[in-house]
Write a protein that binds this ligand. Structure first.
Ligand code: P6P
Length: 335
């Protein structure tokens, strides 16, 4: 069918969005506009990041964000840019952001969508030129339009996502997203200011030989995690941990592998956030044929308790996540 009509590599993001919208007979273009708004903000943030070494904006901002972390100026700029783009686009009524404790009301009370976003994840990596990323998740609001969004609009399980994606600001800048019909990757050409389809219909390998986990915390890993990590070593896997979620995730998505941020002594519920880190990446990896859980439960079915809830994450190639889950199940099985 039309949807399976593969658009040629080199198609621009705009044309791709337009052609895909035609596949949705009742689409009225709001989601398409929303995706364009995100791409615009990504271009602006990309430019700021590439200049950050030159202009004195890379240093710590001084005040601390809700995460209690030093707020890098680029964090703040990225947050401002994405919120502004979503506000001006008019399609989004409410935003939850890693950078803000409370829901952000855009004033677009007629907006049908809610966005959860980590505007610049891995910001501690900015000063050392490591790849960083934006992660976003899009939901249809459940409350009636004509008034601001509610917490019920924001606290939906990951299975309710209508779209999710990330931008990786790396050796090249890419936008990777899904609307529930597969995953497509677009590479940014700064000289033209355009994203071009470079990775159509991404399928993550069913298995792999890369494991990504911060073994500095291994003394506090649960027995199931210790056993799975040993299994990876016995199988001569490569250990690859950049310490920047989007970069670690993107490499494993393309090459196969597993990324784990488990419960640790310092992070008893894991460190990563359900709404704007785990759920969007879980949607993407499932659409690419992979798997994501907290070790026991499918990430997408976790009921969010609050906007900034944390959860453990085991995400990547289906076989590896299933193997890790088997070790976690043994751990809880009566000895
Ligand atoms: P740790 C960066 O601060 C981040 O949120 C993710 O991008 C990254 O994967 C993780 O935390 C690294 O955490 O505890 O291993 O330094």
């Amino acid at each position: 069918d039309h949807n399976k009509l593969a658009l040629p590599v080199g198609t621009t993001l705009d044309r791709f969005i337009m052609r895909k919208q035609e596949d949705f007979p009742y689409a009225t273009g709001e989601l398409s506009q929303l995706l364009r708004d995100i791409a615009l903000a990504a271009k602006i943030v990309n430019r700021e990041i590439n200049r950050s070494g030159l202009i004195d904006i890379a240093g710590a901002y001084g005040n601390r964000n809700v995460q209690g972390e030093d707020q890098q100026k680029l964090d703040v700029i990225a947050n401002i840019r994405f919120i502004r783009a979503l506000r001006n686009g008019g399609e989004v009524c409410t935003i939850i952001s890693e950078e803000d404790e409370d829901m952000i009301q855009t004033g677009n009370d007629q907006g049908k969508y809610v966005v959860a976003i980590d505007p610049l994840d891995g910001s501690s990596n900015i000063d050392v030129n490591v790849s960083i990323g934006t992660i976003f998740s899009i939901y249809r609001r459940v409350s009636p339009t004509g008034r601001p969004g509610t917490s019920a609009d924001c606290l939906q399980p990951g299975t309710h996502q209508v779209a999710a994606g990330y931008v990786i600001y790396g050796s090249s800048t890419m936008l990777v997203y899904t609307t529930g019909n597969g995953v497509n990757g677009f590479t940014y050409e700064p000289s033209l200011g355009e994203f071009f389809l470079s990775h159509p219909d991404i399928q993550t390998p069913k298995t792999g030989a890369i494991y990504s986990i911060n073994e500095g915390a291994s003394d506090t890993f649960s027995p199931g995690v210790v056993a799975f990590v040993k299994h990876c070593k016995d199988a001569s896997f490569s250990a690859r941990y950049i310490g920047s979620l989007v970069a670690d995730f993107h490499r494993n998505l393309l090459k196969g592998g597993i990324y784990i941020y488990p419960a640790t002594g310092k992070a008893p519920k894991g460190k990563l956030r359900l709404m704007y880190e785990c759920n969007p990446l879980a949607f993407i990896v499932e659409q690419a044929g992979g798997r994501s859980s907290d070790g026991y439960q499918r990430t997408l079915s976790i009921e969010p308790k609050d906007c900034h809830a944390r959860c453990p994450i085991f995400i990547g190639s289906q076989d590896l996540v299933e193997q890790a889950e088997a070790f976690m199940a043994q751990e809880t099985a009566p000895v």
